[in-house]
Write a protein that binds this ligand. Sequence first.
Ligand code: ARG
Length: 446
Amino acid sequence: MAKKLWEKNIDVNPEIERFTVGKDRELDLFLAPYDVIGSIAHSAMLQSIGMLTKEEMESLHGELRNIHAVIEKGDFVIEEGVEDVHSQVELMLTRKLGDTGKKIHSGRSRNDQVLLDLKLFTRKELQDVCEAVKELFDALVEQSEKHKEVLMPGYTHLQVAMPSSFGLWFGAYAESLTDDMLFLQAAYRMCNRNPLGSAAGYGSSFPLNRTMTTELLGFDSMNYNVVYAQMGRGKCERNIAYALAGVAGTLAKMAFDACMFNSQNFGFVKLPAECTTGSSIMPHKKNPDVFELLRAKCNRLQALPTDIILIMNNLPSGYFRDLQIIKELFIPAFGEIKDCLNMATYIIKRIEVNKDILQDSRYDAMFSVEEVNRLAAEGMPFRDAYKKVGLDIEAGTFTPDKAIRHTHEGSIGNPCNKEIAALMENIFGAMDFEKSKQAEGKLLGR
Ligand code: ARG
């Protein structure tokens, strides 16, 4: 049996095969469960329009569910000589069911099949990412609340500037994640539209029922225009990459702060010993390698949109094989960001903060603005108060009043964690992951 879907009577050159298949045999394994789910929906639709008998559809569904079980067990492979997951599944169906297996590809192309697989894969991965972001968010808010009163120096130009607090530090990263979640929500909604039925990118002469597959697969809507559906390849990945890059940006900055604040010269936070690594030569070392790796990985993730753009940028509309390469960058990014999020959550929950930082007189000057404001509130013009305090500091006669009187929204005394949590709830809570889970479960007969 020919192993290429398109093989007719010319033998395939093995070097050309190696080059064109590329990493598909590994990467398509991530798409395999979704390829099967998509085929269950597609064959149900083919039966509904008279392209398959009920018996044919049922035997296809039975076999597709068997293949799904093989995938879940981790035993599914894309064989030598088989190009991709789409070919492998069709080959398995044809081996088992003969002509019935050969009928499943009516009204579709691998172009809309891979589009669909990527959307279903990404939909699930984005759900996991959103949940992991929410867990980190919860950990940050909890730490912020717990350390609301613990003061630390705030910096501008990396020069001691004004009093800040651990409540603000943890809470800032929590609030940053609410904005990142907004992008994830947009990415999710954009992803959750059905491309199946666009076939090679120009639809089909069969009377396909795209509304039916859209509902069966639990999509919010379809990508209606078949040309646009195909144009979504690359565009969808790029937009999702922007959302992942947003999260990665927050994590990378937080990791940099954590590494710096953990240094002996700052001594603001202490990582739990189990989260540090040692040196082969310096016996005293407890290095923050986890945060350093997190920083590097998240900085690299921020290049993902650009990497994708460079592949898709100069392509006109319609399918091109260039798009296959995007999978090499896109698919592994989810494992990477989830790993980073889970690590960050683990450490943030356990990080210890130094409660006595401000006893060190080197930070006294950061109370200068408090004193200026106190004088201004008593009636002295701000500029005069500024000058007086500046001269006192230079003369060495400034004695800081370390009592903090910040009350406005989002300040040390009023970090607004409740409001920030409400923002997050508004976005995260509005995402309905159940619908897609149920739809896929139903197709698998669960
Ligand atoms: N592996 C291909 C990809 O990822 C599948 C689609 C193949 N389509 C084609 N016209 N050669 O794009």
